[in-house]
Design a protein around this ligand. Structure first.
Ligand SMILES: Nc1ncnc2c1ncn2[C@@H]1O[C@H](COP(=O)(O)OP(=O)(O)OP(=O)(O)O)[C@@H](O)[C@H]1O
Ligand SMILES: [Mg+2]
Length: 233
């Protein structure tokens, strides 16, 4: 079984490239097939639905690069014993960028749902960067360090709207600690932002931007603002 310390572990980018080659060998589209829900209820997915914001409860990973990520993560999942379901251990990360309403958060929750729909045991957490900073502010009765450690270690993390909150040395340091740990342990992270990496650099600092560039494949969301088209939004 591979561990975090395996010397032969592949980098996030080469891992993704390997899966792209496998898709090509199998005659699948370069982005991989979209992973959609099966008609039968999947208990883990049903349970997760309660934690998924209502707006994204039917999201699927229909963007080709996000679908490819789901397959890469599912493929590297390992069962701790023969009777257990396969769990997410490590893998590449994605930086989902685009202007407001283009479908980044939808795609991130779609990826979680698709992994669960594929029968993978996923422990996950989702937060916006702004909510994370707010929760990490020192206050009586709270243990922000414990919370940060939990988020650092969770197998799959959605870090939504990075670069949208007002930045300071404190937010930069916090973001650095989070991204640095997730990067060195190759823990799959779905980061969304309105800013491409070159503009994010000014908001989050060089050290974070450098690590994001190294660990993430960038996925650009284009098209119209879907909120302006979607009467339910
Ligand atoms: N692939 C999709 N299929 C159907 N609906 C979608 C899809 N992508 C996005 N939507 C819908 O479009 C709306 C905007 O999507 P979303 O919230 O993901 O935007 P965003 O890119 O995260 O925007 P922001 O940058 O403002 O956070 C939501 O109502 C979402 O459910
Ligand atoms: Mg969003």
């Amino acid at each position: 079984m591979r561990t975090h310390r395996d010397p032969e572990r592949l980098s996030a980018a080469s891992n993704m490239a390997r899966f792209q080659r496998i898709f090509a060998e199998r005659g699948m589209p370069p982005g991989g097939m979209p992973v959609s829900d099966t008609p039968e209820p999947i208990p883990a997915l049903e349970t997760a639905q309660a934690r998924i914001p209502r707006l994204y409860r039917s999201a699927v990973a229909d963007h080709p690069q996000v679908a490819a990520w789901v397959r890469a993560i599912a493929d590297s999942a390992e069962a701790p014993n023969v009777r257990a379901r396969r769990q997410v251990t490590y893998g590449p990360s994605l930086l989902l960028v685009g202007r407001t309403g283009r479908g980044k958060t939808h795609a991130a929750f779609g990826a979680i749902r698709s992994l669960l729909g594929a029968g993978i045991d996923v422990r996950w957490h989702a937060t916006t960067a702004a909510d994370l900073y707010a929760e990490m502010r020192p206050r009586q009765g709270a243990d922000p360090e414990w919370m940060l450690r939990r988020i650092i270690r969770v197998p799959v993390l959605i870090l939504d709207d990075l670069g949208a909150a007002k930045s300071s040395e404190w937010t930069e340091e916090l973001t650095y600690r989070l991204i640095n740990q997730r990067s060195i342990h190759q823990l799959p992270t779905l980061v969304t932002s309105n800013l491409p990496i070159r503009d994010l650099r000014a908001q989050i600092g060089d050290r974070v931007a450098s690590r994001l560039t190294g660990m993430c494949e960038q996925v650009v969301f284009t098209g119209p603002d879907r909120r302006r088209q979607d009467p339910a939004a």
